[in-house]
Design a protein. Sequence first.
Length: 309
Amino acid sequence: MALIGTKEMFAKALNSDYAVGAFNVNNMEIVQGIVDAAKQEEAPVILQVSAGARKYARPAYLRKLVEAAVEDTGVDVCLHLDHGDSFELCKDCIDTGFTSVMIDGSKYPFEENIRLTKQVVEYAHEFGVPVEAELGKLSGVEDAVHVSEAEASFTVPEEAAEFVEKTGVDSLAIAIGTSHGAYKFKGTPYLDIERLKKIHKLIPDTPLVLHGSSSVPQEFVELCNEYGGHVPGARGVSEPLITEAAKYGICKVNIDTDLRLAMTASIRKFFVEHPEEFDPRKYLGPARDAIRAMVAHKMRDVLKCSGKR
């Protein structure tokens, strides 16, 4: 049991029909629910920390929670920085024990993205830490990520090949139709699988990453709304599309919104049905169970990574 990197995880997933789930963590119950699911399913797992999570929970607390989860469950876990926006932030995470980092230079021009990514790669590789980068822009809002539909752009396959060659990056997040947040699609959910195939063909040895991959389960949306929530029209990526994408180089699938929905739906329901309760353990316990069940479903039925640890 240990904190591990993604190199071996992705090497196994790259030439298979499964992907590894990367789940965002913010507090103890979320961490516990995810690693309990990983232990149950004997699945590889990545716990990732966003800029918003670092600000809310503070880095030391999150790092120690993840270390405790490893000790408690015996599950190997990759601790990953999600959407690092500077060399300094990536360096700090590497220096304080993260086993994987993402540098997101997608907001910059192509050459500046290359320069920044290469800088992080050179530092991270001195310590054996793999680096994820992003090319193309996903629309949507999630924590510190704010990209309008007008600013969003799909990844150009030829640019992806050039980017990987010039940066030496270990994995690449691409834009093929997903978006951050709960409101991903106004029309029919769609992923550009043909674009994905072209990218994978050009860089077959590079693990690809799909951000914004929550499916926004309608049972959670309906439960939230039934018990006082207001999240109308929320739609995500259909789960069969995620399963299909894993056949063409997608090795890591990021999921955050589904965790939030599962937890919030459970807590809202509890408060309505038990208005007399005020012990946080009474409502956070069921919320943790809801996260465990949802993550286990993703690992088993969508990512197909059960038994792949």
